[in-house]
Design a protein around this ligand. Structure first.
Ligand code: NAP
Length: 266
């Protein structure tokens, strides 16, 4: 997606995927302080750790303490989080959903869940409930965020919170190709709300088990690809100072995810 953007804009840059073991992270981030690096995207599971390795956190990254984009300015590293902006833009523009006043449930308590909780609270959601496999991590997240209306649901209250939601966001890695549980649903089928938007941040495959199940239940759905493209566009603009060529980024992202076979749900 970013290489397509570099080609389309004529900006002399390239983008590559680097797979790092945890112990190599500090050395790698230190190397990014020198040219030729413009910056880095950070993905699962390093967003929170990288927040401690940069010199400054800006905007959503400061509140989330999770970084998905590093920008090098001289030898200084600035940490941004473009996930919140990408999340909201996709919600509004691609699903036509206005979060002001809504009751939302976020499944997950990692970096993506943080970004979503901040985005929804700032967009005026009435209530945001966090549900996570490890409840202590959800409780820690809510305590750290200190945002009005953002709470954690106990195991007993989780089903009712989902069923009453206007918006259910999957911010776990469940359903992700190559992830820990590619064929699973992040919540039991019976927890799906009667009428709501189900927004799965997983973008590979485009048709996740949750999206398929939600659509079969007659619910509106939104996949994670639009968010991926919009958060990438913000990162591109931060690195280059140029407007992101969205159409070319979208085409490249679609081609990438279409290489992943669709899931099947029985
Ligand atoms: P993360 O910080 O590692 O958090 C992972 C989350 O998934 C945690 O809440 C974890 O629960 C949960 N989880 C993992 N395996 C699970 C399982 N088998 N059953 C139940 N829960 C499980 O990751 P992240 O950065 O927040 O990313 C989460 C997902 O969002 C990924 O699929 C990622 O691809 C997607 N994402 C998409 C975009 C986009 O642009 N569309 C942007 C960011 C992230 P525990 O706390 O219990 O371990």
């Amino acid at each position: 997606m970013h290489n397509a953007a570099f080609r389309a804009s004529g900006f002399p840059g390239w983008y590559e995927a680097i797979d790092l073991p945890p112990e190599a992270l500090p050395t790698f981030v230190a190397a990014v302080r020198q040219p030729p690096w413009l910056g880095v995207n950070v993905t699962i599971p390093y967003k929170e750790q990288v927040a401690q390795l940069v010199d400054e956190l800006v905007g959503e990254a400061a509140r989330a303490r999770a970084v998905n984009t590093i920008v090098r300015r001289g030898s200084q590293l600035i940490g941004y989080n473009t996930d919140s902006a990408g999340f909201l833009r996709a919600l509004r523009e691609d699903a036509g959903f206005e979060p002001r006043g809504c009751a939302a449930v976020i499944l997950g308590a990692g970096g993506a869940a943080r970004a979503c909780a901040i985005a929804l609270a700032q967009a005026g959601a009435r209530h945001v409930t966090i549900i996570n496999r490890s409840p202590e991590r959800a409780a820690r997240l809510v305590a750290e965020l200190e945002l009005p209306g953002v709470t954690v649901a106990s195991a007993e209250a989780a089903a009712a919170a989902c069923q009453a939601a206007d918006l259910v966001v999957n911010a776990t890695a469940v359903g992700m190709a190559g992830g820990p549980a590619p064929a699973a649903l992040p919540i039991p089928l019976g927890w799906l709300p009667r009428s709501a938007l189900v927004y799965d941040l997983v973008y590979r495959p485009m048709e996740t088990p949750l999206l398929v199940a939600a659509r079969q239940a007659g619910l509106a759905t939104l996949g994670g690809l639009a968010m991926l493209i919009y958060q990438g566009a913000v990162a591109f603009e931060l690195w280059t100072g140029q407007e992101a060529p969205l159409a070319q980024m979208r085409a490249a992202a679609m081609a990438m995810v279409e290489e992943t076979p669709e899931c099947s749900v029985s």
